[in-house]
Design a protein. Structure first.
Length: 165
């Protein structure tokens, strides 16, 4: 008499239906958790600061005109940017790409469209011919003019011939 081969039971394993339900539950958990994780990772605030800010401006010929840098910047509007620890470099705007002037200020407001930068706090203007410091200032790039209203101090590096004549 032949006996049928013994059937082996797989101990510790769930039935196929139970495995299917567990797999579906795992997928559902992953899909529900993914948007939460993505939301945390991609949350953007409109008033969040821009760290290590840089704003270059070029001439119509493609030469550097000026470079505004700051440790932090905030977009106050489409036309106004507040910059902390401003370092502004003004270039010759031609093929020599020479640095003409540097402006340093702890805080400033940049208006890119009219190419104007202003500040109420201190400023230091460094040029080959002079160095100026003061407070409450305005820089107009088209005229390449700096106006300083308060506590102005200017040190000339160039020789001043016939100054008092």
């Amino acid at each position: 008499m032949l006996h049928p081969a013994p059937t082996r039971l797989r101990s510790g394993l769930a039935s196929p239906a139970t495995g299917l339900i567990a797999g579906a539950a795992l997928l559902a958990a992953l899909f529900l958790a993914a948007p939460l994780r993505a939301q945390v990772a991609t949350e953007i605030s409109p008033d969040a600061p821009i760290v290590n800010f840089r704003l270059p401006t070029f001439t119509p010929e493609g030469y550097r005109a000026w470079l505004v840098r700051g440790s932090e910047a905030r977009m106050l509007s489409k036309a106004e940017i507040e910059v902390r620890e401003l370092t502004m470099t003004v270039f010759s705007g031609n093929e020599t790409d020479r640095i003409q002037t540097m402006l340093l200020s702890p805080q400033a407001r940049v208006f890119p469209q009219p190419q104007v930068v202003t500040g109420d706090r201190s400023i230091r203007v460094i040029d080959d011919q002079f160095e100026a410091t003061g407070e409450s200032w305005r820089y107009e790039h088209r005229e390449k003019r700096v106006s300083i209203a308060k506590n102005v101090r200017v040190t000339f590096r160039a020789e001043l011939k016939n100054l008092l004549q």
